[in-house]
Design a protein around this ligand. Structure first.
Ligand code: PEP
Ligand code: MN
Length: 343
């Protein structure tokens, strides 16, 4: 059930609706919007009777939700969400670029990458301190020491830190040192972890699972939101298909599909999406052209020496070239949508 308040509903009228939802034993989720406030209800097993709400002062409508998700839906919030990450945002008019190495390796490696990212004008830095590796013998990340280096990057370069957590302890640490908790593709359906990050107050970057459908992806975001954390950014990072010319197949059609169904922003990751250095730039440009709210790009001062994902890492020079190109494409896409809106 979704309660849509009238545009002029008073805080008291909203408060009354919240009280009734709680009295019924359910959980209200208030979503203030540009033109009206909507309240989602979770925790109910069966249908909620609209008669509880329909005739209350300030209520415009009580709508049954027929889709499997509630809180991610544009029915709840028609306008797109702009998510605050540190001192910047993802999902607004600006293209969000998150760049940095796959893994935090050394202070020098991280600082030279961060210098290039800050110089480009991007606002976000990535780097894994906890790495989900296929082999238990591969480099697993520097853990808390890595997070300390990332926190120094924020202080020194003013960049907002996006970094992965693989378990609850990792979430607690990333909450302390970082600005945005990344949930990796392999954990997209780790439901207890999703609920755990849903109880934190840091924004969550949720990567699409290797074989997740759109509904599974959106329901994973719903898990986080159902616990009260509404700051979720989705990320398409390629899926497994029969094609073997790239590490994964980037499913760019998910970008407009996500925008149609949900108010949440979606960014794309052409680094893991392709796994090949020479494909990163073209797929980054395509992602922006198709309407992604941002990009996550792996870079390394010396890709051939990378401890993780070197084959897909851009050099710092390739990165600055990419940055200029995607910014130019984004400006055109933005102008085109303004023209379309006016027509
Ligand atoms: C990463 O971003 O470094 C990563 C491991 O990504 P994914 O979870 O998409 O494989
Ligand atoms: Mn990687």
């Amino acid at each position: 059930m979704l309660i849509v308040m009238k545009p002029d509903a008073t805080p008291d009228e909203v408060g009354r609706v919240l009280e009734i939802i709680e009295h019924l034993g359910f959980r209200p989720h208030t979503m203030p919007g540009a033109s009206r406030t909507a309240i989602g209800i979770t925790g109910n097993r069966g249908a909620v009777d609209p008669a509880h709400f329909e005739n209350l002062p300030g209520v415009a409508d009580a709508i049954r939700v027929t889709k499997p998700y509630k809180l991610i839906s544009r029915d709840l919030r028609p306008e797109r969400s702009v998510i605050k990450v540190g001192n910047a945002t993802i999902g607004g008019d600006e293209l969000a670029i998150i760049a940095g190495p796959c893994a935090v390796e050394t202070v020098d490696q991280v600082f030279s990458a961060a210098e290039a990212v800050a110089k480009s004008g991007a606002r976000f830095f990535r780097g894994g301190a906890f790495k989900p590796r296929t082999s238990p013998y591969a480099f697993q990340g520097k853990g808390e020491d890595g997070l300390r280096i990332l926190a120094e990057v924020r202080d020194r370069f003013g960049l907002n830190i996006v970094t992965e957590a693989m378990d609850e302890r990792g979430v607690d640490l990333v909450e302390r040192y970082g600005d945005c908790i990344q949930i990796g593709a392999r954990n997209m359906q780790n439901f207890s972890l999703l609920k755990y990050v849903g109880r934190t107050r840091k924004p969550v970057l949720l990567k699409r699972g290797l074989s997740a459908t759109l509904d599974e992806f959106l329901l994973a975001a719903e898990y986080v939101m159902s616990e009260g954390n509404y700051d979720v950014i989705l990320c398409e990072r390629g899926i497994r298909t029969f094609a073997d010319h790239a590490r994964n197949t980037m499913d760019l059609s998910i970008v407009p599909a996500v925008h149609r169904l949900t108010h949440l922003p979606i960014i794309v990751d052409p680094s893991h999406g392709t796994g090949r250095n020479y494909m990163v730039n073209p797929l980054a440009r395509a992602g922006v052209a198709v309407g992604a709210d941002g990009l996550i790009i792996e870079i390394h001062p010396c890709p051939e020496e990378a401890l993780c994902d070197g084959a897909q890492a851009l050099t710092l020079e390739q990165y600055s070239e990419l940055y200029e190109q995607v910014k130019a494409i984004h400006a055109v896409v933005g102008e085109q949508s303004l023209v379309a809106a006016e027509a």
